[in-house]
Ligand binder design. Structure first.
Ligand SMILES: NC(=O)c1ccc[n+]([C@@H]2O[C@H](COP(=O)([O-])OP(=O)(O)OC[C@H]3O[C@@H](n4cnc5c(N)ncnc54)[C@H](OP(=O)(O)O)[C@@H]3O)[C@@H](O)[C@H]2O)c1
Length: 342
């Protein structure tokens, strides 16, 4: 164990695309747990698109990170000291301890991981928040039926890859949208989608139409922007759109002017085709997490659910990796290895 707590704090708020100078690496004393607390040593840190919103002070569903505050984030950590009756040294947990090597917790935010089910890093991805988000949006909003066409963008990523695989398990036809030939090949051949379309292809709208000859019954929205423009005309009457995120807009600032106003066209089609668009946060459905974990463990065991991780070595490399996430440079669930598992 290092003698200090390495942490990455928010040095300044980004305007548009975050820069390395918006982050600062600090070394501080390792915190001491009090009675009723544990000391956590971070093994893996999850990097997720929502962190971009927390770097901004715009009004949102969660408070912004203060300037000088530790960047927030989920981690897989080892309990390295325990003064808590329910946690023992060596326990592996999912925590929300942020971009730092050590943290104390009172245990209320911890979830124990069973390393026998899958590698522990999956507690941040397919068996974590992103896998659960896919499940919650499909189960509560999309209701995909057998033979229906389910389209998802960022299909090579953490949420999208699970959306397509669960849609297939439900008997639907899964069509993925991803950026570049390598991601597209992986989505089709490793995640088993029925079809995949590259959103960087100049003929993307036509290729998407070709991949969806019966239209689109469910569009799981992760991206927005030009992907939404291509999807909208293909949505069937009574289509369902779980609005999970719009990553293509997260770096927008006051200077970002859209090529055209999407609102009137979108509202017109939503009304005329009786489309349901329902925004959601995974935490709305958190009581379904145990049933999700049970189902997902079963699907992993019988080979119907798989995952891909993009592993970055070293906490100090987290800022650059996070900047890349917002530009599609990650390939799979983005995870930073902070300490070795041993
Ligand atoms: N509502 C919730 O509770 C909840 C929870 C988790 C995540 N989310 C949302 O779900 C979405 C996916 O998150 P994730 O964690 O699974 O990330 P991810 O898919 O693992 O990574 C992000 C991917 O988004 C795509 N992307 C990035 N910038 C883009 C752009 N400008 N235009 C088009 N595509 C772009 C890239 O894929 P390509 O290279 O393939 O385009 C990139 O790899 C995000 O919008 C996120 O905010 C919502």
């Amino acid at each position: 164990m290092t003698e200090f707590n390495r942490r990455i704090v928010l040095a300044s708020r980004p305007a548009g695309r975050p820069k390395p100078s918006n982050f600062r690496v600090e070394d501080a004393a390792v915190p001491e747990p009090c009675d009723g607390q544990v000391l956590l040593q971070t093994i893996y840190l999850s990097l997720d698109p929502y962190m971009r919103g927390r770097m901004s002070d715009a009004k949102s569903y969660a408070d912004p990170i203060e300037i000088g505050g530790v960047m927030v984030g989920a981690t897989v950590a080892k309990v390295s000291q325990s003064r808590h009756p329910h946690w023992k040294e060596g326990d592996i947990v999912v925590a929300y301890s942020g971009w730092q090597s050590h943290a104390v917790s009172d245990g209320s935010d911890l979830r124990r991981i069973d390393p026998a089910v899958a590698p522990i890093s999956t507690g941040l991805g397919v068996l974590g928040m992103t896998g659960f988000t896919a499940y919650a949006g499909l189960r509560n909003i999309a209701h995909p039926g057998p033979g229906e066409t389910v389209v998802v963008a960022a299909a090579g990523g953490a949420v999208g890859s699970v959306v397509g695989q669960i849609a297939k398990i439900e008997g639907a036809r899964a069509v993925g949208i991803a950026g570049g030939p390598d991601k597209c090949a992986f989505v089709k051949h490793e995640f088993g989608f029925d079809a995949v379309v590259d959103h960087r292809d100049p003929d993307f709208p036509q290729r998407l139409a070709d991949a969806c000859p019966d239209g689109i019954d469910v569009y799981f929205e992760n991206v927005g922007g030009h992907v939404w423009d291509a999807v909208l005309p293909l949505l069937n009457n009574f289509a369902r759109v779980p609005l999970c995120g719009m990553i293509s807009h997260y770096n927008d600032d006051a200077s970002s002017t859209p090529a055209f106003d999407r609102l009137p066209g979108s509202m017109r089609d939503i009304q005329r085709k009786s489309i349901t668009v329902r925004g959601f946060m995974n935490v709305e459905f958190i009581e379904q997490q145990p049933e999700f974990l049970k189902s997902a463990a079963g699907w992993i065991a019988d080979g119907r659910l798989t995952w891909r991780e993009d592993l970055v070595d070293g906490l100090e490399n987290a800022p650059e990796a996070f900047i890349g996430l917002l530009e599609g440079r990650n390939f799979g669930k983005l995870v930073v290895k902070v300490f070795s598992e041993q």
